[in-house]
Design a protein around this ligand. Structure first.
Ligand SMILES: C[S@@+](CC[C@H](N)C(=O)[O-])C[C@H]1O[C@@H](n2cnc3c(N)ncnc32)[C@H](O)[C@@H]1O
Length: 315
């Protein structure tokens, strides 16, 4: 008598991953979760302790695992971010600890971080600053990928700072060059005064969503509001940062700043109006949307020199 090939969980009281995933994917899709199938697979892999690619080969869910999976799927259907459920967010080559109180790093920001890595690699011992560091995603990616870099991460929220310090400690323990964490308001006129005129690469993913924009529940209920919204026009942090970064960069130093996809013209214009930036450009993300602006600090012209000299001359 011929027999069908045994599924890993056949003949036991384990539920096959494919069955559980199909059930969860339907529930997540009904709740409006984008990429429901992929998210169901990621949650199943998380509960079973395997990579997503090994899911089909995994043993089925024990009853306890199934209960845990169902509870997580229910929370995801209630639009809790996947990364809060698993406790980690992937960013470039990193796995960062995230949860309530800190912004979940987004895939599109990997482009800005990659641009920063490329810029920093051109300099033998670059000084790199990450403003609005959150979980430390950008700063820690640069520290990992450019070991020669001195990296300074600045964050203002006490809750985010504890996640940032935890991720920084984890990466240092894993062998990356330790980053320096600074608790500060990036809009302060004297921000990082000791680094004025010395920064080679400055990266910033500020809060930039205009206040009246409706965001998905994952963002509105779970990302901190001060990580997302940038005042009425979305530029309340960007404006002072543009002014201060011109003071921090050395002549020829470069800035990369993420912005809202409606700000592909206004942010480059703010940089141009400042007068201290050259080579201003805007960059699109993989979906073709305006995503981050870049510029270099002018070494010449009426606004050359450090910030205080320029401010005095203008007043
Ligand atoms: C969009 S999140 C970016 C986090 C991280 N860089 C990333 O890309 O995932 C913006 C971060 O800026 C911080 N932030 C907002 N306003 C700030 C301010 N005035 N000074 C310092 N940090 C600020 C928020 O707490 C949040 O962590």
């Amino acid at each position: 008598m011929s027999t069908l090939p045994q599924q890993p969980s056949e003949g036991t009281n384990r539920e096959r991953p494919t069955v559980a995933v199909a059930r969860a994917a339907r529930m997540l899709a009904d709740a409006g979760v984008e990429g429901a199938r992929a998210e169901a697979e990621l949650l199943a892999a998380y509960v079973l302790g395997v990579s997503r690619g090994r899911l089909a080969l995994a043993d089925g869910f024990t009853p306890a695992q199934r209960d845990r999976f169902d509870a997580l799927v229910t929370r995801r259907a209630d639009r809790e971010p996947l990364q809060h459920l698993t406790g980690t967010a992937a960013f470039r080559h990193l796995e960062l600890a995230v949860g309530p109180g800190v912004f979940v790093p987004r895939p599109e920001t990997e482009l800005l971080a990659g641009w920063g890595v490329d810029q920093a690699r051109r300099i033998p011992e670059p000084l790199v600053v990450d403003l609005c560091s959150g979980s430390g995603a950008i700063a820690l990616a640069v520290a990992q990928e450019v070991p020669a870099a001195r990296v300074v991460a600045v964050e203002g929220s006490p809750e985010a700072l504890s996640w940032l310090r935890r991720n920084a400690a984890d990466r240092a323990a894993a062998g990356d060059r330790p980053i320096e964490v600074v608790a500060a308001d990036v809009t302060a006129p004297d921000l990082l005064a000791d680094l004025a005129g010395r920064v080679d690469v400055l990266l910033c993913n500020p809060p930039y969503v205009p206040a009246d924009v409706t965001v998905p529940p994952e963002v509105g209920r779970h990302d901190p509001a001060n990580a997302v919204f940038g005042g009425g026009d979305g530029l309340s942090v960007i404006r002072p940062v543009v002014a201060r970064v011109a003071v921090l960069l050395r002549p020829g130093g470069v800035l990369g700043m993420e912005h809202d996809d409606t700000h592909g013209e206004v942010v480059p214009r703010l940089l141009a109006e400042d007068g201290r930036y050259a080579s201003i450009a805007d960059h699109t993300d993989l979906a073709g949307r305006p995503r981050f602006a870049t510029a270099s600090r002018r070494a010449d012209g009426p606004h050359a020199g450090d910030g205080p000299a320029w401010q005095t001359a203008s007043s």
